[in-house]
Write a protein that binds this ligand. Structure first.
Ligand code: PEP
Ligand code: MG
Length: 581
């Protein structure tokens, strides 16, 4: 039977291939008999996962901050102690050997056995410990999955389609080097960080396809239409033929776009537009150059820390990454945003901050976290400054909510400069400073911020989240997340106008900058710098090359005057009437 599920398409075209289901829980473990000669390998897999789990827990414990609840330390110590208990560290090995089964199955059997034993206890306190012990086994199981992730992905997943409940942005970063043709997650929304990183992979992908894992069988043929956000399981032959044609059309369009790769982005009325790239790691620089970006408008530096889950990227490691990008971009600007950790992007050392917050999106994120973690901030600023000697690096602070906060961040930058100067280390003393405008307060009261910076970049992903009170990671409210909400357009217009008036260069680096449907509107609002994933650049350039800003102004002005969401939608369609997206 063929089934279709609607989700949120991240683009990337159409993939047709066999499903590979990842991300199972302990309760999903299935039995595989293991040959005699492979038992030792299976035991080794278990031991490695045990080691990885211990390291993970110890790292968490070492990095507990003062404001963490007292129970956290005790909980982590208890979990670490449990790892040494023979019920956890030895029994699964015995099960593997006697049952000749895979580790997953052994962990499941052991969890079931222990749960039963604890259930039978009279003491309520001990009964409760059942959850703790099962959680520890679950953690070992997940780390095993991490293992599988790396070794199976390159083999079995080759050209397959990954189906998973959720993927963290850090997992996706690991994925970049794998050869798979599409991915589907059950949760997620358009501007979650998973979606943002996923979109950058430039392969067909859909998020928010609830129950996909229940409906798809391993290895089943599926179609991922990343453009329409439709997942088709076990397609009929007619549907399959239709999608093969659509797939070809997509590939032909991409080939046409490649022809404008080297063209300058100039409108029909002769206005030059800066097309910049968003990156998460220095490895993406080839894509940036391939698409002839005018520079890097946003380097999400926090991904540097997410990539190392066992240690914090040191000053030298950071310096190397920033300097690599700066050198290869030569005289083009490279904007490094200081770490912007949030609920879906946090390394293990900041877990305690994030997990304890009642409402993490309103908690210690962005520049607030940097200001609270002086040493961490100083190291990052030193690394950025040192790299500024090797190219046109600029520094940008995320989640600035007032000029006061921005001043504090700039003071830290000044201290780091003084330190480096005393040490005789070269850096650019005139490094350009920018602020992200993504908190409504700083968008509305922008004047004192403009007095402190050399440039502004509007983070529309968060600006929309905070203005419309919609969690960008929550698929249940995703239908309300609307870049064309009149309040969103008014606030963005206010920022662009204020910057243009004060002669402070302004870019958008949120997802809106890469949405072709919005390009003409943003040009009409006075935006001249767009920063987006490299994979979007040609699409946006194509719209720019086919736009006369002057002649769009009548409709743009109507849009900006309107407070009617439906009317705005109609007008935006009118604005793009001659374009084929
Ligand atoms: C934004 O908020 O628009 C932005 C660019 O930052 P991030 O998506 O990393 O939060
Ligand atoms: Mg943001």
């Amino acid at each position: 039977m063929s089934i279709a599920i609607n989700g949120i398409g991240l683009g990337g075209g159409i993939a047709i291939g066999n499903a590979y289901i990842l991300d199972k829980n302990l309760s999903d473990a299935t039995l595989h008999l293991v040959e005699n000669e492979d038992i030792a390998d299976e035991v080794l897999r278990f031991e490695e996962s045990l080691r990885r789990t211990r390291r993970e827990l110890e790292l968490l414990r070492v990095n507990i901050t003062l404001n963490a609840p007292a129970e956290l330390g005790a909980f982590l110590s208890l979990s670490i102690m449990m790892l040494g208990d023979s019920q956890i560290s030895q029994s699964p090995i015995k099960i593997i050997q006697t049952e000749r089964c895979n580790v997953e199955w052994a962990l499941k059997l052991q969890a079931d056995r222990l749960a039963l034993q604890f259930e039978e206890m009279q003491d309520d306190y001990l009964k409760e410990r059942k959850h703790d012990i099962v959680q520890v086994l679950e953690r070992i199981f997940k780390n095993l999955d991490g293992n599988k992730f790396e070794w199976e992905i390159s083999g079995k997943l080759e050209h397959g389609i990954l189906v998973t409940h959720d993927l963290s942005p850090a997992d996706l970063v690991h994925f970049k080097s794998s050869n798979f043709s599409g991915f589907v997650t059950e949760v997620g929304s358009l501007t979650s960080h998973t979606a943002i990183v996923g979109r950058n992979l430039d392969i067909p992908s859909i998020v928010g396809t609830a129950y996909a894992r229940q409906l798809i069988k391993e290895d089943e043929l599926i179609i991922v239409d990343g453009v329409q956000g439709v997942l088709i399981i076990n397609p009929d032959p007619i549907v399959l033929t239709e999608y093969r044609k659509k797939q070809q059309h997509w590939l032909d369009t991409k080939a046409k776009l490649r022809q404008i790769r080297k063209n300058e982005a100039v409108t029909l009325d002769g206005i030059n537009i800066d097309l910049l790239a968003n990156i998460e790691s220095a490895d993406e620089i080839n894509d940036v150059k391939y698409n002839y970006a005018n520079g890097v408008g946003l380097f999400r530096s926090e991904f540097l820390f997410l990539a190392h889950d066992d240690h914090l990227a040191s000053e030298d490691e950071q310096f190397e990454a920033y300097a690599k990008v700066a050198r290869s971009m030569k005289t083009s600007p490279v904007t490094i945003r200081t770490a912007d950790f949030g609920i879906d992007k946090n390394p293990s050392w900041s877990y305690s901050h994030q997990n304890e917050a009642m409402n993490p999106a309103l908690g210690l994120t962005g520049v607030r976290l940097s200001l609270a973690e002086h040493t961490f901030f100083k190291i990052q600023l030193r690394a950025i400054l040192r790299a500024s000697h090797y190219g046109d690096i600029q520094v940008m602070f995320p989640m600035v909510s007032s000029s006061l906060e921005l001043k504090q961040a700039i003071n830290h930058l000044s201290y780091a400069k003084e330190e480096l100067a005393d040490e005789g280390v070269p850096f650019n003393p005139d490094i350009k400073i920018g602020a992200m405008i993504e908190v409504p307060s700083s968008a509305i009261a922008i004047k004192p911020i403009l007095a402190l910076v050399d440039f502004i970049s509007i983070g529309t992903n968060d600006l929309i989240q905070y203005l419309l009170a919609i969690d960008r990671n929550d698929e249940t409210v995703n239908y309300l997340y609307n870049p064309l909400h009149p309040a969103v357009l008014k606030i963005i217009y206010h920022v662009i106008k204020s910057c243009n008036k004060a002669n402070v260069p302004v870019a958008i680096c949120g997802e809106m900058a890469g949405q072709a449907k919005l390009t003409r509107l943003l040009l009409g609002m006075g935006l001249r710098k767009f920063s987006m994933y490299s994979s979007n650049i040609l699409n946006i350039k194509n719209v720019i090359l086919n736009t006369n800003i002057e002649s769009t102004m009548r409709v743009v002005n109507k849009i900006l005057r309107s407070e009617n969401i439906e009317k705005i939608d109609e007008l935006v369609n009118e604005l793009n009437i001659d374009l084929d997206f």
